[in-house]
Design a protein around this ligand. Structure first.
Ligand code: ATP
Ligand code: MG
Length: 413
C-alpha cells in the first residue's frame, strides 16, 4: 500500500517549524508494510490544499494529513476534504461532549468556534485526541483512505501510534513485528559492514539501519502468519546481530541511551554528580529528564570559565596554566572536585572545544576529554569529534552517558 503524507500549515512553508510529523509518520509506516512515496507540504490556502489532496488521491491509497484541524479561521483541512469528497460536514455529538469535557478539565471557557472541531465529513470515523481539543478522523472513500490528524506532534503521535497504526495494519491484513537494537560508538558503515551478509540475504525478517548523531539503530521486522510465531522468525537474526555488535548495544528495547543509564544508576543505587564545561548542562538535562532520578543524581556544576573551574571545583591554577582547560589533567580535577563536594559514588566531567572557533593545531575543534572517577579509580577518555558545534556537544553528551553505562555494566572504556 502506498501512502502520501500531507503536512498542512503556512508556518511549515515559511521555515518556522520543521516537518517532523511527516518524518515521524514515514518512520513508522514501513513496519506495517505501507510506503510513503510522497511528502507534501501546503499552506493554509483552500485552493492549493484542495489541489494537493486531489493530486495525492490520484497516486496514493492512503492520504494522511496533519494540521489545520484547530478552531481558528485558517484551520480549513476538514472543509477542504469535505468539498473534495462531496460529503457535508456534520457535527458528532459524542465528539462535542468530549471537547466540552476537555475544556472543563483544563478549567477554560469553551468558545463557539470550538464547535467546529466536532464537525467532520459525513461517515468519518472519529479518532479521539486525549491531549488536545482537535480530534482526528478516518474516512474510507471508494478504494482510498483519508486520515486527518492534528498538527501538534504531542497530540498527533499518540493518536497515530495507538489508533492509526493498528487500523492500517489490519487493513493490509499484514502481521508485522519489529525489534529495535540501538548502538553507540560504531559508525553506520562499520555496522553495516559487520552485518552485511545478513542484510544482503534478508527476506523475512527484513533488516534496516537508521543513523543519528553517534548512534545507529537496527530494525528487524518479521512478517508472520497465525501459524508462525513472530518471535521465532526474529530470534535467530536478532541473536546473530547481537553477537556481532556486542557491547556497542545499549538497548534491545528501543530505549534512549539516557534512559538505559538512568535505569542502571537506579538499579545499582549508584549516586552520581557532574561537572560540565563544553556541554553546559546537557548531560544534567538528560538525567533530570528521567522521573525518579533524584534518588541517585545529586547535581552538577556548569563550570565554563577557568574561574568557575577553580572556585567551584578546585581545579588548580597550575593545571590550567600548564595544560589548559581542555586537558586530561583538568578533566580529572573537575571530576574529583565535584565528587569531593557531593560525596557521590561516581563523578563525571567533560571539557572540550566545541568550535567553530577556539581550535589550535595541538588542540583542534572537537577535542574533548571525558573523565569518570569513582572513590578509588580514575578514567579519562580523549575524544576527537567532528561536525559543527551542536553535533560535537550532542556527541560529547552521548559519550559521557555511554561512559557511565560502561562503568555500571562492568565494560571497558
Ligand atoms: P491547533 O488546534 O493547535 O490549531 P491544528 O491541527 O490546527 O492544531 P496547526 O494549527 O496546523 O494544527 O499546527 C499547530 C502546531 O502544531 C504548529 O504551530 C506546530 O507547532 C505544530 N505542527 C503542525 N504541523 C507540524 C508538522 N508537520 N511538523 C511538526 N510540527 C507541526
Ligand atoms: Mg491550527
Amino acid at each position: 500500500m502506498v501512502a502520501e503524507i500531507i503536512a498542512i500549515g503556512t508556518e511549515l512553508l515559511m521555515g518556522q517549524i520543521a516537518n517532523t510529523n511527516a518524518q515521524y509518520i514515514s518512520g513508522r509506516l514501513p513496519d506495517i508494510g505501507v510506503y510513503a512515496y510522497y511528502h507534501t507540504v501546503v499552506g493554509d490556502n483552500r485552493e492549493r490544499m484542495i489541489a494537493c489532496i486531489k493530486n495525492a488521491l490520484s497516486r496514493a491509497d492512503i492520504i494522511i494529513t496533519t494540521g489545520g484541524l484547530g478552531p481558528t479561521q485558517d484551520d480549513i483541512t476538514r472543509e477542504a476534504v469535505s468539498e473534495i469528497l462531496e460529503k457535508p460536514l456534520v457535527s458528532d455529538a459524542r465528539c462535542l461532549a468530549d471537547i466540552e469535557a476537555f475544556f472543563k478539565r483544563i478549567g477554560r471557557e469553551m468558545t463557539s468556534n470550538n464547535i467546529k472541531q466536532a464537525m467532520f465529513p459525513e461517515g468519518a470515523v472519529i479518532v479521539k485526541n486525549p491531549n488536545g481539543t482537535a480530534p482526528g478522523c478516518i474516512i474510507e472513500h471508494r478504494d482510498k483512505t483519508i486520515i486527518m490528524l492534528p498538527g501538534p506532534p504531542n497530540e498527533m503521535k499518540p493518536m497515530f501510534d495507538n489508533f492509526i497504526m493498528p487500523y492500517l495494519a489490519k487493513k493490509g491484513d499484514l502481521k508485522l513485528k519489529s525489534v529495535y537494537i540501538r548502538t553507540f560508538g560504531i559508525g553506520e558503515s562499520a555496522l553495516e559492514d559487520a552485518i552485511e551478509d545478513l542484510v544482503s540475504k534478508q527476506k523475512n525478517p527484513t533488516i534496516a539501519t537508521y543513523a543519528s548523531v553517534g548512534q545507529v539503530t537496527v530494525r528487524i521486522t518479521a512478517r508472520y502468519s497465525e501459524e508462525e510465531k513472530a518471535d521465532d522468525i526474529l530470534k535467530p537474526v536478532k541473536d546473530e546481530i547481537m553477537k556481532r555488535l556486542g557491547d556497542k548495544i545499549y538497548s534491545e528495547e528501543n530505549k534512549e541511551l539516557y534512559e538505559v543509564v538512568c535505569e542502571l544508576l537506579l538499579k545499582k543505587k549508584t549516586t552520581v554528580s557532574l561537572a560540565e564545561s563544553c556541554t553546559g548542562g546537557m548531560i544534567s538535562a538528560c538525567l533530570t529528564d528521567y522521573p525518579g532520578i533524584s534518588e541517585v543524581y545529586l547535581g552538577g556544576v556548569n563550570a565554563y570559565s577557568n574561574e568557575m573551574k577553580m572556585n567551584l571545583l578546585g581545579v588548580s591554577e597550575e593545571t590550567l596554566d600548564r595544560y589548559g582547560a581542555v586537558s586530561e589533567a583538568c578533566a580529572v580535577e573537575m571530576a574529583k572536585g565535584i565528587q569531593n563536594r557531593t560525596n557521590s559514588d561516581i563523578a563525571l566531567s567533560v571539557t572540550g572545544i566545541a568550535g567553530p572557533g577556539g581550535g589550535t593545531k595541538d588542540k583542534p575543534v572537537g577535542l574533548v576529554y571525558v573523565s569518570l572517577v569513582t572513590k578509588c579509580d580514575v578514567w579519562v577518555k580523549r575524544l576527537n569529534l567532528w561536525g559543527d558545534r551542536s553535533r560535537i556537544r550532542a556527541n560529547t553528551t552521548l559519550h559521557a552517558l555511554d561512559m557511565i553505562r560502561r562503568y555500571l555494566s562492568g565494560l571497558e572504556f
